[in-house]
Design a protein around this ligand. Sequence first.
Ligand code: SER
Length: 316
Amino acid sequence: MSSKILIIGACGQIGTELTTKLRELHGVDNIIASDINTRNLDLVNSGPFEIIDAKNYNAINDCCQQNNVKTVYLMAALLSATGEKYPMEAWDLNMNSLFHVLNLAKDKVIDKVFWPSSIAVFGPTTPRDNTPQHTICEPTTVYGITKQVGERWCEYYHDKYGVDVRSIRYPGIISHKAMPGGGTTDYAVEIYHEAIKKGKYECFLSENTELPMMFMEDAIIATVDLMHSPSDAVKIRSAYNLAAISFTPKQIFESIKKHMPEFTITYNPDFRQAIADSWPSSIDDNSARTDWNWKHNFDLETMTKVMLENLEKKYA
Ligand code: SER
């Protein structure tokens, strides 16, 4: 049996588009999408799909053993805003799912792991501008704590047990397909949907809150490129800083307004403001650019154009 790739959390914002890309690259039959439920019927009906709870070691192990899965992308997680509401659930899901997959690699059931980290590993004591790869990481959210600790475990499993685990500190990811769920950077997706649907948006962050962001297409290319790089090129086994664009709510509003002059915005910051204030405004990703030739393609203006074009069609 040819070796297969398993995506856990395939119905989520990144999982959905990662599944599509991996099916294109490796063939539909070689990619097993999985999630805790069947919320994305297009994805469920368009290739192999299994219901898997990322917290269930036996379910992941059985799927890998029965299908000759050799690579796992673990995309299931509770994000920053939801994590603050359900701290123990975030800890339980984010950490145990990672241990399950790392242990399968340690036990040589699988060969390779992708696990996403986040800019949430940083905190208020981190240098905010052009945040270095190696710097102070004192996260103040449960989500950030799980990602920071997860990075330490990834490096540990690589160094001690030879596990081939690779990771990226994703910034906020913007896409027009699956919605993000429960993150602090979600406003940068919602704003496009509300612009098309209602012509106005109430933003839960203040107008000058600058955060690192990236268009989905770039994030998927980065993920696939990192996973396809030769092992010795992957020098960082915690997680790579990754950057594309940084902007504020005001700047994304203005870029939408160029296409929709009637569009209006109001600002009503909530608890997510404190989370955003603890994160960097921009990221130094030179290690990724040097080690595996990462480069981004989309800036704010090109992203806005693609987002509006696609959402106009979706809501037409
Ligand atoms: N997009 C995530 C969040 O806002 C950051 O990794 O929680």
